[in-house]
Design a protein around this ligand. Structure first.
Ligand code: HEC
Length: 436
């Protein structure tokens, strides 16, 4: 065991810290002579003389267990499992490619530090990326089969005493088999929250094989609430189909993807929910395991005496006109900040043509833009929310610039704003409180 750990510690990413890598390779606690360790074309330092390649049981399985098998497990949402040596081996090259490209685990915001960092970011550490790459480059050895598998991850849950109310889609819903992806909206009663503020939530997917992600939307006003109730009433089946948005002005209160446990809003803050019903939008995906009946629930934590947060948005629907046949066409929105505020989190939303999205802050409304959030590779399938590790204070007179970039190569007409798949959106929601 001790030997394994020494070997593992010697795997360093050279481009990041060449001096550190060399000095550790020759440090006194390490008996290997300096010339045994050398840089490889892929930038890793591997001790070839000792056959010093990471192993599945010793090095790779713990990484997959921590970051991947919450979804890549039999009965999970991912299209294949990664929980055995044979499976990990057969996907080896793709594991390296998708982790290095930051496609997997799914977390679209750049968390490198060049444009802020996020709470619970699902980015692998550089050392973990290096271990996966070195394992594949080194022929994917199994390692000692006697090493016990790591304990399965258990995402945090809400204590039953914390749960103010549980939202329930009412009856089982079985996603249709006509397409792999479907979006269904269910109207839910929020009255039990009363005068309290929602301070956290826990989404409990009914059947994890089909629930890809879940968003709880709060209608913007009474008219929007009436619109979702009409949509619900017009569809004879339970809920109504809702491919892009929920069919009315609404903002996301709770966001969930597989593997996320109970979420708490930033400490001491909470969201007031209106006196009308809300909407649970569920993205179902049946690729992995066929369709199954689902009965998803959301536990809400609520309280009083918190700083009220609002979920505000930047969008300019009327101005969204995307020229067709363009591989890159953007909408840029400059929005003056009306009042001093603290921005805790961000949730961008586009449809399938989205390529990237960025939010920037212009202090005093001018000057060099400061990066707030950058999603360099938009993926409609992963509608996620991102909370800053360090919230951003903005002042009245500042301006926030949102840039959504789209690909319209396959379109023959101008694309405009709308709810359907033929339409587009560029909207960024922010979780905001007043200035502290
Ligand atoms: C939150 C759930 C989730 C987590 C966590 C996750 N995946 Fe995935 N993965 C998926 C889904 C769903 C797909 C199918 C494609 C999609 O929807 O993006 C997928 C697809 C893939 C693919 C195939 C994509 C391709 O282009 O070949 C690979 C490889 C992969 N995941 C590897 C990983 C690895 C390695 C990890 C951990 C480091 C990981 N995934 C973590 C859900 C997840």
């Amino acid at each position: 065991m001790l030997v394994r750990m020494t070997l593992r510690a010697r795997l360093l990413i050279l481009p990041l810290a060449p001096a550190l890598a060399l000095s550790l390779a020759g440090c006194p606690t390490d008996p290997v002579p300096e010339d045994d360790a050398g840089p490889r074309p892929d930038g890793l330092v591997v001790d070839a003389a000792l056959g010093d390649v990471p192993t599945y049981t010793g090095d790779v399985r713990p990484i997959l267990a921590e970051h991947c098998t919450g979804c890549h497990v039999t009965g999970g949402i991912a299209p294949f499992a990664l929980d055995s040596y044979a499976l990990a081996q057969s996907f080896g090259a793709r594991i390296v490619e998708t982790t290095q490209a930051r496609i997997m685990p799914p977390f679209l915001a750049d968390n490198s530090g060049s444009c802020n960092t996020y709470v619970d970011a699902r980015w692998l550490e550089d050392a973990e990326l290096a271990t996966l790459a070195a394992w594949v480059a080194g022929g994917m050895p199994e390692g000692d089969p006697a090493i016990p598998p790591p304990d399965p991850m258990h995402p945090p849950t809400l204590d039953p005493s914390e749960i103010a109310t549980t939202l329930d889609i009412g009856e089982d819903w079985t996603p249709p088999t006509t397409s792999p992806d479907s979006y269904r909206c269910f109207v839910v009663d929020m009255s039990a929250v009363g005068d309290q503020f929602v301070t956290g939530y826990e989404v409990v997917p009914g059947d994890p094989r089909v629930v890809h992600h879940v968003i709880l939307y709060e209608p913007q006003d009474a008219d929007a609430a009436a619109a979702v109730m009409t949509a619900d009433a017009e569809d004879p089946a339970q809920g109504y189909p809702c491919n892009g948005g929920v069919g009315a002005s609404a903002y996301p209160v709770a966001l969930w993807a597989p593997g996320s446990g109970a979420q708490h809003f930033p400490t001491g803050t909470g969201v007031r929910v209106g006196g009308w019903p809300a909407v649970i939008q569920i993205h179902y995906n049946i690729t992995g395991s066929g369709t199954h009946a689902d009965r998803t629930r959301i536990h809400l934590r609520a309280g009083t005496g918190v700083r009220p947060a609002v979920i505000t948005s930047i969008a300019d629907p009327a101005a969204l006109r995307l020229a067709p046949r363009m591989s890159s066409v953007s909408q840029v929105i400059d929005q003056p900040v009306p009042t001093d505020a603290r921005v805790y989190g961000i949730f961008p939303h586009m449809h399938q043509r989205g390529v990237s999205v960025r939010a920037e802050l212009l202090r005093g409304g001018a000057g060099a833009p400061e990066c707030m959030t950058e999603l360099p590779r938009w993926d409609f399938n992963w509608q996620l929310g991102y909370y800053y590790e360090n919230p951003i204070d903005v002042a009245r007179g500042d301006s926030v610039r949102v840039t959504c970039t789209f690909d319209t190569t396959t379109e023959s007409d101008v694309v405009t704003w709308g709810e359907g798949t033929a339409d587009e959106m560029c909207i960024v929601f922010f979780y905001v409180t007043g200035a502290p």
